[in-house]
Write a protein that binds this ligand. Structure first.
Ligand code: TRP
Ligand code: SF4
Length: 326
């Protein structure tokens, strides 16, 4: 029996290289070894974007197209939309009743978001419960493994605590203790050297036009000590070189050798990187264009995923309701 995986992404906007390196490549590889469920977490997106939800539905389709273009395979994995399965909310409510407030108030991701996101009002009842809904996402399918980035570890910890508490209260080991599967490749930074993020506008979208890729790469920060063309560079300190390592490893050596001897200039180095990224993304973008021609097919995939997810979700909720005598 394969172990079950559940992971999710919030459909808040276009996916970028950070999503590809940080999550999608990982998801793709896990599909053979595990039974995988991949979810568009639209309720979670709504929790932080409720004042201005934008085009949530459109983002879901757009993101799922990127998932497919990156090799997530509906024949192997269950691809579905969180809000289509009402049981997420039902289990989330049950969990919210047994979760001590202090656990949520102390959650480091919660405190950090309240501190850092100042342009939105996130002091809400629902946002405090963000990890409770995430715990319900995971436990509804009794997933044992959850591929996530490091930032999500506190949510996994909370999920385990909630699951353990439920099992203890109702004297049955119905929920497993899910383990995080950390993505190793969080090496990719944004174009400005900060974390790649939509809100920093320092990303390259998977669907980015080639000309825009060239332009964005031209604006990348390089070795700050290399000011004149003849200055020796320090590739180990340069974000451009890290991009080579990830997206064109066969060229990295050339750059790492030529740069300290000032044999290549930064403008040239970035122009070449732009071409490498364009080449790297070409197959993904071609697949994307194919998929865009047939949105009915995407809808079909989501409906199929919904059916499969629901049949698991209903079973779990039946068990839960039996245990809580509802
Ligand atoms: N909170 C996750 C994130 O922001 C998204 C998410 C929602 C998720 N539900 C999940 C991830 C369940 C893993 C499992 O990245
Ligand atoms: Fe960075 Fe390339 Fe310039 Fe060296 S030549 S500092 S690796 S951009």
């Amino acid at each position: 029996m394969k172990k079950r995986i559940l992971s999710g992404m919030r459909p808040t906007g276009p996916l970028h290289l950070g999503h590809l390196v940080g999550a999608l490549e990982n998801w793709r590889k896990l599909q053979d070894e595990y039974e995988c469920l991949f979810m568009a977490a639209d309720w979670h997106a709504f929790m932080s974007e409720y004042e201005n939800p934008g085009n949530l539905k459109g983002n879901i389709i757009d993101n799922v197209i990127d998932w497919l273009a990156c090799g997530i395979d509906p024949k192997k994995s269950i691809i579905f939309v969180q809000s289509r399965i009402k049981e997420h909310l039902e289990l989330s409510l049950v969990f919210s009743i047994i979760t001590p407030l202090g656990l949520l108030e102390r959650c480091p991701t919660y405190k950090e978001q309240l501190r850092e996101i100042t342009n939105r009002e996130l002091h809400t009842y629902g946002f405090l419960g963000y990890p409770v809904l995430q715990a319900a996402d995971i436990m509804l399918y009794k997933a044992e493994v959850v591929p996530v980035g490091e930032d999500q570890l506190p949510h996994l910890e909370l999920t385990r605590e909630i699951a353990r508490k439920f099992n203890n209260l109702y004297k049955k080991d119905i929920f497993p203790s899910p383990q995080a599967l950390l993505t190793k490749s969080n090496r990719l930074l944004g174009l400005d050297g900060r974390k790649m993020s939509k809100s920093y506008n320092n990303y390259i979208a998977l669907s980015e036009e080639p000309e825009i890729i060239t332009k964005k790469v031209q604006g990348m920060f390089t070795d700050p000590l290399r000011i004149k063309r003849n200055d020796p560079g320090h590739p180990e300190m340069c974000n451009v070189r890290s991009y080579y390592a990830i997206f064109a490893p066969e060229k990295e050596k050339e750059v790492a050798q030529g740069c300290p001897k000032a044999q290549i200039g930064c403008a040239e180095c970035k122009k070449e990187l732009g071409n490498c990224l364009i080449n790297f993304l070409e197959p993904v973008q071609n697949k994307r264009k194919e998929l865009l021609k047939n949105k009915d097919e995407i809808m079909g995939i989501l409906e199929d995923g919904e059916k499969k997810a629901r049949s698991i979700a209903i079973q779990t909720m039946d068990e839960v309701k039996g245990l809580i005598k509802m």
